[in-house]
Design a protein around this ligand. Sequence first.
Ligand SMILES: [Ca+2]
Ligand SMILES: [Ca+2]
Ligand SMILES: [Zn+2]
Length: 363
Amino acid sequence: MPGHATLRATEYLARFLFLLAVVTIVACGEKATESTPTDGGTTPETLPVTFSQTGGGAVTIPSNALFLGVVDAGGINSNDALITRLTSPTGQNWLDDDYLSWVTYRSATVSGGIPYNENLQNLGGVWQIDGSAATEVFWKTAEGARLKVLFVLVSLPVGNDDPALRDIVERFKGIFTRNGMTVADVAYASMQSDDTYMDETDSNGDENLDGMERLFSVSGNFGPYGEYTPIFLVQSIGRGGDTLGIAGGIPGPMKQNTTGSGVVISTFGGDFEGLSDEDRRIMAETMAHELGHYLGLYHTTESDGGTFDPIGDTPECRSGNPTAGRCPDGGNLMFWAAGGSIEQATLTDNQRTVVRRSWYLRP
Ligand SMILES: [Ca+2]
Ligand SMILES: [Ca+2]
Ligand SMILES: [Zn+2]
């Protein structure tokens, strides 16, 4: 089973190592520290279709609910978050479910969501939900087609007005457009942190790196962006530089300022202008891919060629060497590895259904 954090490796390690070597000589420039919204206003919308309840126990979910999420959030590097009870009105124990059982693993923050596939779930009724830390329950009663995104530039050498960064963001938005959804607003913020060179330290062993936990814990500090999905842009991830991005959960928490609240994307030093056309496309696809995890999508095929997502209409690649070029799902946004020259921007109908029902998609 994939863990609640997942990373996207590249098949083109040598090239990215080269990029990494080049960009390490770039010095940090000046950056604004305030949040800079663009493309829209700064006032949070009223969200009549979404609800949350703090504290567990008996939670009444309305009959028209399409999504049910749980978040149990502890402190940085803590191991005190886990869900201890998640029982449906019909008595089904969802902690026995393959795609939710990991919420019982001790972690700094755990988050889970139903449904994770196209199958209709009758979610209405009284659920029994408990956790070890601060448990919150979220539900939603309407599908959405609009998504808002907050990009946080972490000690990058360029500002959010960088033309090549804006080009990559436009490509990222285009991936959602072609799949029937709209990135309705993009906001930018910046911060200074040594975690822009994110090392592989994971003190509590929950697959969220210490640097991720630190960054994600401040995701809500940049302004009124509670309904925005946070994407942190850092200079590098890991020693080898071959990690393109990591998501804080599948799905990510339905709230900001937890240790899982965001996705992190390597910008290979932030030299966006120096990226080739193909690398810009891959960076845009990686942003959308990690966001796909954050919205509840698993890899169509995992790296082992024997583990697959729970979705009915995604192709499976049963292979000892599942690379994009030899797999029927190699062009899917949620394939496990980047595809190089192969574009990866499509979602199936059922994947789109999961995303539309996820917390951050709004009507
Ligand atoms: Ca960790
Ligand atoms: Ca499938
Ligand atoms: Zn992935």
